[in-house]
Design a protein around this ligand. Structure first.
Ligand SMILES: Nc1ncnc2c1ncn2[C@@H]1O[C@H](COP(=O)(O)OP(=O)(O)OP(=O)(O)O)[C@@H](O)[C@H]1O
Ligand SMILES: [Mg+2]
Length: 263
């Protein structure tokens, strides 16, 4: 079996250069993701996380290397076109995504473009309006929503398309604790059914993933299972990651009890 058939995302020696500014966020990056996996992606500001997300969605053209998503070769214009409806992306700033005149129409927009049957669109719209607590705004313009409400709407609109791959690019940055809970509940619900890439600056959110990865100096490093990685202090220091508070408490407790540490 070929690599591109085994993995729903396959990147090899992938590089990307912004020619106008002569910056190269990604250099010889490799990534292999199996169908149904949830991958968390950490990395400093400017490390290239959003650039990678845009490449995976076909919004940017790779400069060199291989990139195959769901069997589509994203180094070709045809492949980038073909993959569009299959990969859903929610950005850090939801304003970039609003297209419709009402909240309800906004959620229906994607499924309508995919020519889904109208009763199924109705079901999805009602489900996501309720799930993201947007019912009472359904006839309002998305423009009037608060930042966090817009982010919930952006998520509802992308989930309503039921994409095969879902990329969330720091989607919880604008959300309050309740909004974050709703998003994490959706991720839990989709886990195993949809392939997900969760880009986050919050290591505690990465705990939900099957694998933790970090983008540094243009390359992607696979740190394995998040709970194991966060317990490994040497690894955390190497990649300059602050593990969730609970792991620091565990280390402090094991030091106090003079137990051997797992690093
Ligand atoms: N349209 C663009 N034109 C030129 N350079 C860009 C463009 N977009 C991003 N860059 C540069 O590419 C690099 C990677 O940016 P990117 O937005 O992918 O980083 P990021 O990891 O998502 O950062 P953040 O955590 O701040 O969201 C940065 O140095 C950035 O300045
Ligand atoms: Mg970004």
């Amino acid at each position: 079996m070929q690599e591109t058939e085994k993995f729903c995302i396959y990147a090899k020696n992938l590089s990307f250069v912004f020619h106008a500014e002569n910056t190269q966020p990604l250099k010889d990056l490799s990534l292999e993701v199996q169908s149904g996996e949830t991958i968390a992606l950490l990395g400093a500001n400017g490390s290239g996380k959003s650039t990678l997300a845009k490449l995976l969605t076909g919004l940017l053209e790779p400069t060199s290397g291989e990139l195959n998503v769901l069997g589509c070769d994203l180094c070709t214009p045809e492949g980038r076109h073909e993959v569009r409806g299959e990969v859903g992306i929610v950005f850090q700033y939801p304003d970039e995504q609003m297209v419709a005149t009402t909240v309800e129409r906004e959620i229906a927009f994607g499924p309508e473009n995919l020519r889904i049957e109208s009763s199924e669109i109705r079901r999805r719209v009602d489900h996501y309006l309720a799930h993201f607590h947007l019912d009472r705004y359904k006839n309002q313009s998305p423009v009037n929503l608060s930042g966090g409400e817009k982010q919930r709407l952006a998520l509802a609109s992308v989930l309503a398309m039921e994409p095969k791959i879902l990329i969330m690019d720091e989607v919880t940055a604008l959300l309050d604790p309740r909004g974050r809970e709703l998003v994490m509940a959706s991720i839990k619900e989709l886990k195993g059914k949809t392939t997900m890439l969760l880009i986050t600056q919050k290591p505690e959110e990465a705990m939900i993933a099957d694998r933790l990865t970090v983008l540094r100096e243009g390359a992607l490093h696979d740190l394995g299972n998040p709970a194991d990685a966060f317990q490994n202090q040497a690894l955390m220091q190497k990649y300059n990651i602050q593990p969730p508070l609970v792991f620091n408490l565990l280390h402090a407790a094991s030091r106090a009890a003079n137990l051997p540490e797992n690093n």
